[in-house]
Design a protein around this ligand. Sequence first.
Ligand code: PEP
Ligand code: MG
Length: 317
Amino acid sequence: ERQRLNRLIHTAALTLDGHKVELLANIEMPEDTVGAVKVGAAGVGLFRSEFLFMGRTGRLPDEQEQYLAYRKAVEGMNGLPVTIRTVDIGSDKPLDRLVGKTQDGQLNPALGLRAIRWSLADPPMFLTQLRAILRAAAHGPVNLLVPMLAHGSEIRQTLSLLDFARATLDNKGIAYGPVQLGAMIEIPAAALTLKLFLKYFDFLSIGTNDLIQYTLAIDRADEAVAHLYDPCHPAVLRLIADTIAECNAQGKGVSVCGEMAGDVTMTRLLLGLGLRSFSMHPSQILAVKQQVLRADAGKLTPWAAQVLASEEPAALL
Ligand code: PEP
Ligand code: MG
């Protein structure tokens, strides 16, 4: 089966009725671009930059170290776009305690100081990362993606820090490039205030792992409730469907970068909901491409509406 899939590496990801679908890679380290290129990824849809910060016992990576890492990822993709997400530290991705920031004492880390909240709590640290990403963008197309936003004030703070980072680089005469700006939709509050997000961002990326966790109040790391972690819960599907539809209506890019994007049993439904950009672990790209090649998007649209209206959507897949 793997060999059969390997024949699809150079096949364009088109549905039977000719819709172009973008299949992107999720990576954790710059070296992972090698595997992404090997399977024919159209770019990196999610570079989880927190992996540069985790598993260290000393200081956090400084601007130069981050810049070199992001640049390596950009160059590794040979001109294809790379979406770099600012750190999503916290919850299931803790820092090593010796670095000085720890989650000790946090009652509910998944609901606590995590991702953009953690970044905004330490502006010098966040600015260091923003400058590094902007500098890497001088070497190829870069999208900057912000995790876990829920509030307008967080969006505005993030944008003003980004302006500040650019101004600092201008003042120092350091080269940097343009970035497309994206927000993760992974908190229900964000999916319910899409207008706000579309006002400020060029594209949205749906983080289904957390969107499921927060919509259903199921800790994604807790085995005791894992059986209730349901990607097909009608409420979850509704939030995903609305986000895709709103972006498509406004001509804004929208992608899914959670596990759902790499789950071949979900490909048809996501296509039916109008999704044309999927980001996943590189090992899933060819299997999802096979699903795309067999799909008729036009026929999937009315079927997806039925699934969405169903009491037990999973039974229809
Ligand atoms: C998600 O939440 O779906 C996502 C892609 O981000 P992470 O899994 O890194 O939290
Ligand atoms: Mg997430």
